[in-house]
Design a protein around this ligand. Structure first.
Ligand code: NAD
Length: 420
């Protein structure tokens, strides 16, 4: 089972661990032990110069016991089936951890989106939607944005799907532009959710108001988080994108970082006002109190875990800490706010968007923020209560919390149905 899928196999060790702690039936673990369906397609589009080019793409629906599958689509050169299925598995746990009525899914195209023009990206997105039109749907599987995708892309996806089914179907994708049925507050929701969680647990975790933070990956999620933290008084001492890391022991000027990122690149700030440069990968080892991985998977592994200096890791990326490094961090007293809880703000506001689309209503920004805060605080508190009660790490507690809900749904389903 899952041969040739090292990433999924590694991810499943955490589920097996939670299964032992909870004593769930082997049938439940068997259902969750592999994806329900993964579809691969070859997308062929016409490039701007008239040439034809093909791209490999996937959509995986991991488990739908708790509702339609939900998860982002990633445009990335490193995408592969194993990664898509692992991300879909994490989505299954994430939706259960915050009690959204969803299962988990994920999709990807192996492409460097920066190498394509806007017209090529639109053709590719429409080709993806057509190729997976029978897999996705507002009641079946709902894509959203992820690494390398954004609101514009989600808008194209919903538009193409609406054409295919012959009526407007905004609920097929989330993270759309607001004029196309997107929700207010989706853009910064992942970071905001993580920020609400951190603020709620700050005194319990003895987080100082001016704690020093390193952010690995200042893309959509990382940059918003940097802004929230800096506005609240935290000092952002290190940041990186995929090419460059920057460090300043007293804190970086975020506005200057934003300008450099948009214009000449982060490297242009090296040497300015005491800023030093480092490799992007070295930012996870920066001298700081809180580390926020917000880029890609497996940046903290057995080979570098002992170099991590932060006492608290807030996982906004999916899977930034490899399972092999969990034990070592726990032994060293490093607290990890796990991805399936800490970055669930994005899918939570995606769920709000889907609800608004289906009801034909539009919530105000303050309604969205209030509902998001409530969800993050309640589920965060429940996970921490479980961690205390069972004397386990927050990650294990989050898995146990999610698995309880998944097991209840799987057991209540009875005989499995296979035609949906
Ligand atoms: P993004 O593409 O906007 O930003 C990614 C950032 O990481 C960029 O700064 C990029 O330069 C950097 N990066 C990319 N590859 C890297 C590498 N190999 N090493 C170091 N840095 C690298 O993506 P995003 O939407 O901000 O997502 C970031 C992470 O958060 C991903 O792991 C994603 O799965 C996760 N996430 C995103 C959302 C969301 O709502 N967008 C929700 C939940 C989780």
């Amino acid at each position: 089972m899952n041969d040739g899928k090292p990433m999924l196999q590694a991810a499943l060790t955490r589920l097996a661990d939670a299964g032992k702690l909870l004593d769930v039936s082997p049938e439940v673990l068997d259902v969750l032990g592999q994806p329900r369906e993964t579809t691969q397609a070859r997308l062929t589009i016409r490039m701007d110069d008239g040439a034809r080019r093909s791209f490999t793409a996937w959509r995986s629906r991991y488990d739908d016991s708790r509702g339609p599958t939900k998860g982002g689509v990633r445009y990335d050169l490193g995408a592969c089936a194993d990664e898509v299925e692992t991300l879909a598995f994490w989505m299954t746990l994430k939706c259960a951890v915050v009690n959204l009525p969803y299962g988990g899914g994920k999709g990807a195209i192996r492409v460097d989106p920066k190498g394509l023009s806007a017209n090529e990206l639109e053709r590719l997105t429409r080709a993806y939607t057509r190729a997976f039109a029978r897999v996705i749907g507002p009641d079946r599987d709902i894509p959203g944005p992820d690494l390398g995708t954004n609101a514009t892309i989600m808008g194209w996806m919903a538009d193409e799907y609406s054409d295919l089914v012959g009526h407007r179907a905004p609920g097929v994708a989330t993270g759309k532009p607001v004029p196309l049925g997107g929700s207010l507050g989706r853009e910064d929701a992942t970071a905001r959710g993580g920020f609400y969680l951190l603020q709620h647990l700050a005194s319990e975790l003895s987080v100082a108001r001016d704690a020093r933070v390193a952010i690995h990956g200042i893309g959509n999620v990382g940059m918003h988080m940097a802004r929230f933290l800096s506005e609240a008084g935290y000092r952002i001492v290190a940041v990186s994108d995929s090419r460059q890391g920057l460090f300043h022991p007293d804190g970086l000027d975020l506005a200057a970082v934003q300008r450099a990122k948009a214009k000449d690149g982060l490297a242009s700030l090296i040497g300015v006002a005491g800023i030093s440069g480092c490799k992007a990968s070295e930012v996870v080892l920066a001298d700081c109190d809180i580390l926020v991985p917000a880029a890609v998977e497996n940046v903290i592994r057995a080979d570098n875990v002992d170099g991590v200096r932060a006492k608290l890791i807030l996982e906004l990326a999916n899977g930034p800490v490899a399972p092999e490094a969990d034990e070592r961090l726990a032994q060293r007293g490093v607290t990890v706010l796990p991805d399936i809880l800490a970055n669930s703000g994005g899918v939570t506001v995606s769920y709000f968007e889907w609800v608004q689309n289906r009801q034909g209503v539009a919530w105000t920004l303050s309604e969205i923020h209030t509902r998001l805060r409530k969800m993050m605080e309640e589920e965060g508190a429940a996970v921490f209560a479980l961690a205390r009660e069972m004397r386990i790490t927050p990650r294990r507690a989050a898995y146990v919390h999610a698995l309880k809900r998944l097991a209840a749904a799987i057991e209540a389903t009875g005989a499995r149905r296979h035609n949906r």
